[in-house]
Design a protein around this ligand. Structure first.
Ligand SMILES: Cc1cc2nc3c(=O)[nH]c(=O)nc-3n(C[C@H](O)[C@H](O)[C@H](O)COP(=O)(O)OP(=O)(O)OC[C@H]3O[C@@H](n4cnc5c(N)ncnc54)[C@H](O)[C@@H]3O)c2cc1C
Length: 641
């Protein structure tokens, strides 16, 4: 049996439009090719392939294989990297979604956030799978994720002994061999297996209770389309969300208060794109790596689809600017064995050669990073959403009130009323706290001014993004971007001459005594000001909007005791039904936003998100409060935590 044959059987026998196949092992490129070719003949189907792949030298080489990346995307927009966790590859406007789960199979399976029911139509094990990991506990995880009629197959190349052993293990969890299973002939023992699976799902869902995962409609793609989803936004977060929803066939309306898209934080001429790493590679750092890879894929595939986007993935050179920051940079790069395509250590000579300008410090090089025009990125994502599912845009429409009525959300502007919408997402940047339902979310506005500097003399040689005390980009349309100031709760977004000079000083301070720094001229007073919404833990906010009034009511009876901790661990945290938040993208929204958007779209549609349960908790908008409640600590709403 090969996975293509199984897929063909499933496609032929199933009425559902969406087919989900799980596979342990990467298999060969030839077989993946057969699969993709087969799918191309079934234009009415949408396939999700979940590949669980061990990180080893062999799989590392295969993942980096050019033939594979070209196969996944002929325009070469895919950059697979051997890091733990899920890397989602979207092919042909979501007709084929491939999730590469890298790491120990069991760890990856257990980390999956649980959607409502089993969703996998069939499992396949390739001969390159690590057989030492194929134990009963793993088979139960496969069963937990499976539909009741899901089946199981192996590559023909397994020995007879292995086949017997593996098929027997699969049978014990109610997964039957393809050829053996006669439809309708479910064996009586299976009922016990199905009950066990249901219990496992319930257990997984219970673990998620503090950080609930809520779909806006619990049905699958085919029937949950045309929900009518509203987004308030207009920046990169909302545009990427509109695209991810459009890829799921959803009707989206985007309400934007400005005259055009990307006029707020996403309106800069150039923004740097590179991951946020920490020496201990904590959950945030892990999220950023996956998110960064997803952003790169989104960006490159939108460009390959013909959308005009100014960008250059020329790499980012990150150095320190004083003793403390130099130590920090060294700690990051020496703290982990980073994949070289994510980050590598560089000497001062290498930094100079990469950047095209003299630099006296070594540091970190992010070879796949670079810069992008956030405005172009935003427009491209929205236009693609429009092209594939008719996403609509209401400009010059400031939403002043939102309220829930009769199972839907109604929106009000100064002149009109809109709705009702089954789901409403607030992706409105610095105004994320403007509505009563979200007023206590913990995100703070930091004003930032980006200076525009004419490209001239030595400075024009800059060939990678520089990041030290502030950042500087290679020139685009004869201008470099230099930034950015960082002012908390600033009263306005007017141009500020002092911040212009401050930006210059930061670069002078970072590259002391370099001749090329003298070419930086900020005297033209050309700049752009925006506000980024920053969370205290630097993670974006993605998920259902917490219902803080209900949390506070429950808190009256459940606080500060071991029992109260248990209560919050085991009860679904209250949320506003159908209301979601995508914001707090801070200073790295270009890297962190698109994956958060993709995950939210999946959540709203009841699909499996391409992120782990830990990431769901990391990003949940209720996390600041829940972390306290789960520790039995006091809660004060309206106070920064
Ligand atoms: C100075 C500066 C420099 C930066 N540099 C970088 C960088 O180098 N790299 C990087 O990755 N990130 C950078 N960022 C951060 C990045 O720009 C943001 O994280 C990202 O743009 C946020 O996108 P967003 O869609 O959440 O918000 P925004 O782009 O601010 O979009 C919010 C949208 O909501 C709309 N809106 C708000 N309220 C309403 C309402 N009531 N009704 C209707 N519409 C409404 C607005 O019109 C706007 O279009 C920088 C940010 C700033 C300010």
């Amino acid at each position: 049996m090969t996975v293509s044959k199984i897929l063909k059987q499933i496609i032929d026998s199933q009425t559902t439009k969406n087919v989900v196949i799980g596979q342990l092992g990467l298999g060969s490129i030839t077989k993946l090719k057969q699969l993709i070719t087969l799918l191309a003949h079934h234009k009415d189907k949408q396939l999700t392939l979940k590949l669980f792949v061990d990180i080893s030298d062999t799989s590392g080489i295969l993942l980096a294989n050019e033939e594979l990346t070209t196969l996944l995307c002929p325009q070469g927009s895919i950059s697979l990297t051997a890091i733990e966790g899920c890397q989602r590859v979207i092919v042909s406007n979501c007709k084929l979604t491939i999730d590469f789960y890298l790491g120990q199979y069991l760890t990856q399976l257990q980390a999956l956030p649980m959607v409502n029911d089993g969703f996998v139509d069939g499992w396949h094990v390739t001969s390159d799978a690590d057989q030492t990991q194929l134990r009963q506990i793993l088979f139960w995880q496969l069963a937990k994720l499976s539909k009741n009629d899901a089946q199981f197959s192996l590559d023909d190349t397994f020995t007879e002994v292995s086949q017997l052993e593996l098929y027997t293990q699969a049978e014990q969890v109610g997964l039957y061999r393809y050829a053996d299973n006669i439809p309708g002939n479910i064996q009586s023992g299976d009922e016990i297996c199905f009950q066990e699976r249901a219990a496992m799902r319930a257990q997984s869902r219970a673990l998620q209770a503090p950080y609930p995962i809520c779909s806006a409609a619990v049905t699958t793609h085919a029937t949950c389309s045309n929900l009518g989803i509203a987004i308030i936004g207009g920046g990169v977060a909302s545009a990427c969300l509109a695209l991810s929803l459009a890829e799921r066939g959803q009707q989206v309306t985007l309400f934007c208060e400005d005259h055009a898209l990307a006029q707020a934080a996403s309106g800069n001429k150039q923004g740097a794109i590179y991951p946020l790493l920490t020496p201990d590679n904590n959950t945030l750092s892990q999220y950023f790596q996956q998110a960064y890879l997803f952003s790169l894929q989104r960006l490159k595939s939108l460009a390959a689809q013909g959308h005009p986007i100014d960008f250059d993935l020329c790499g980012v050179v990150h150095t320190g600017h004083d003793e403390r920051s130099r130590k920090r940079v060294a700690k990051i790069i020496n703290g982990q064995n980073w994949q070289p395509s994510i980050a590598r250590a560089i000497t001062a000579e290498q930094a100079s050669s990469i950047a095209g300008l003299k630099i006296d410090d070594g540091g970190i090089f992010y070879p796949m990073g670079g810069w992008v025009s956030p405005q172009d990125f935003t427009r491209a994502a929205f236009n693609q959403a429009k092209a594939i599912a008719g996403a609509s845009l209401k400009l010059n429409t400031q939403i002043t009130d939102i309220h829930y009525k009769d199972g839907g959300w109604e929106l009000t502007s100064n002149t009109e009323r809109f709705g009702s919408f089954k789901a409403l997402i607030l992706a409105n940047g610095k105004s994320i706290t403007q509505f009563p339902q979200t007023q206590y979310l913990q995100a703070t506005g930091f004003r930032g001014q980006v200076s525009h500097v004419p490209s001239r003399a030595k400075l024009s040689k800059l060939s990678s993004v520089l990041c030290a005390h502030g950042y500087m980009t290679p020139s685009n349309n004869t201008l470099h971007c230099l930034g950015a100031s960082y002012v908390k709760n600033a009263p306005n977004t007017d141009y500020c001459p002092n911040e212009q000079v401050e930006n210059l000083h930061k670069i002078q301070h970072s590259y002391v005594g370099q001749e090329w720094v003298e070419d930086i001229d900020v005297s033209g007073h050309s700049a752009r000001v925006g506000v980024r919404m920053v969370t205290r833990d630097h993670a974006p906010m993605m998920g259902p909007a917490p219902d803080i009034d209900s949390i506070m009511t429950l808190y009256q009876d459940h606080q500060l005791t071991p029992q109260s901790r248990k209560y919050w661990q085991s009860h679904n945290a209250p949320v506003h039904q159908g209301l979601y938040v995508l914001g707090g993208l801070g200073s790295r929204g270009l890297s962190s936003g698109p994956l958060a958007a993709e995950s939210l779209a999946a959540q709203i549609c009841g699909d499996l998100m391409p992120i782990s349960r830990d990431f769901v908790a990391l990003l949940n908008p209720n996390r600041m409060w829940m972390r306290k409640l789960l520790k039995g600590k006091a809660l004060e709403v309206g106070v920064e935590v």
